[in-house]
Design a protein around this ligand. Structure first.
Ligand SMILES: [Zn+2]
Length: 338
């Protein structure tokens, strides 16, 4: 089969298209012939060693959809020819965390394309429990594109207990998780505000249903309170030190801030009295469990949440797609077609 291989961590220019043996599924595993894959920033980060792949050569890619092409011993839940979507959240399935439904806390938790060979290839092998039926109304490109970002945003909003009527603030709109957070927040009945340094991205968010948007580099907590008449119940954060202080100040008492990333750096300083007097909750969140993946799939499959596909790039043109993602030019998901 063809696969885009990483042999080192010197950056996205290291991806090489090569021909390798097609993998065979082991017990409890299936092989999926991919009809489409989608890129995430993770595919850039692993190429730069942040984090470094566990072994070389490595196949990146967390998102994908396709047709079951082989099943391993003991698999009875799917059959060859079934059309499926991959859940990139891989765990042991047997430990206390997994059995209680919280696979992201599994000690052997991993992500397809980071800890395991991923979807930037013709075929991928995954545990059978990591494939679900492709929603009938989605194209292959849409089915490949929603998984990682929708699941991640859904878990953040669930853990932050977003309710209908809440004010939700999404800091740094434009990325995949933030964009899905906007749509999910609207579907859940929240009033959603966004921040960005790019007015075009704010305008696009408003076109999608956001109630307003503010400059990420300004005092957006004041702007929010002035516009909305109150502060936020829930804030989604992925920027870190550049915005965290303003994000904290953007919350009502009892507010929850869910954090899934820190693109501007790893450390922030917070005011402890502010934290406890305002009874703020800071919630770290990463990836999602299977139930959250199914809930995200239901929202996408039913059309309540739209999959935003920026572009579909042919498999052999992966470097073009990576460059587009790296430059931040995309509006929605960059899909690798077949
Ligand atoms: Zn486990």
């Amino acid at each position: 089969m063809r696969a885009w291989l990483l042999n080192d961590t010197s950056g996205p220019g290291s991806y090489r298209l090569e021909s390798i043996d097609t993998p065979e599924p082991g017990p409890g595993e299936v092989r999926v012939h991919l009809r489409a894959s989608a890129l995430n920033h993770l595919d850039l980060w692993v190429s730069r060693g942040m984090p470094a792949p566990h072994r070389f050569p490595h196949i990146a890619g967390g998102d994908g959809a396709g047709v079951i092409s082989a099943i391993g011993p003991g698999v009875s839940t799917v059959a060859i020819g079934d059309e499926v979507v991959l859940n990139p959240s891989v765990a042991c399935g047997n430990c206390h965390a997994c059995l209680s439904g919280e696979s992201p806390y599994c000690r052997s938790y991993g992500i397809l394309g980071e800890h395991l060979p991923g979807t930037l290839a013709d075929e991928v092998v995954a545990p059978a429990r990591n494939v679900i039926a492709k929603p009938a109304g989605l194209s292959w490109e849409e089915a490949a594109a929603y998984g990682l970002v929708t699941g991640t945003a859904y878990r953040m909003l669930r853990r932050a207990r977003l309710s209908a009527g809440d004010v939700l603030l999404i800091v740094g709109i434009g990325g995949g998780v933030a964009s899905m957070g906007l749509q999910l927040g609207l579907a859940m009945g929240a009033t959603v505000y966004v921040t960005s340094r790019d007015q075009a991205k704010i305008d696009q968010a408003i076109a999608l249903g956001a109630a307003g948007g503010f400059d990420s580099s300004g005092e957006f907590s004041k702007a929010l309170k002035k516009t909305a008449g109150r502060a936020a119940d829930v804030v989604l954060e992925s920027v870190g030190p550049a915005t965290f202080n303003q994000s904290m100040r953007s919350m009502e008492s009892g507010g929850r801030i869910a954090v899934c990333g820190a693109t501007s750096g790893p450390k922030v300083e917070i005011s402890m009295p502010y934290l406890f007097f305002k009874q703020i909750e800071i919630i770290g969140s990463t990836m999602f469990n299977h139930a959250e993946f199914l809930a995200a799939t239901e929202l996408v499959g039913s059309g309540r949440v739209q999959v935003m596909v920026d572009s579909v790039v042919p498999f052999e043109d992966l470097p073009v797609a990576l460059a587009r993602l790296d430059a931040g030019d995309q509006l929605g998901k960059v899909v690798i077609g077949r």
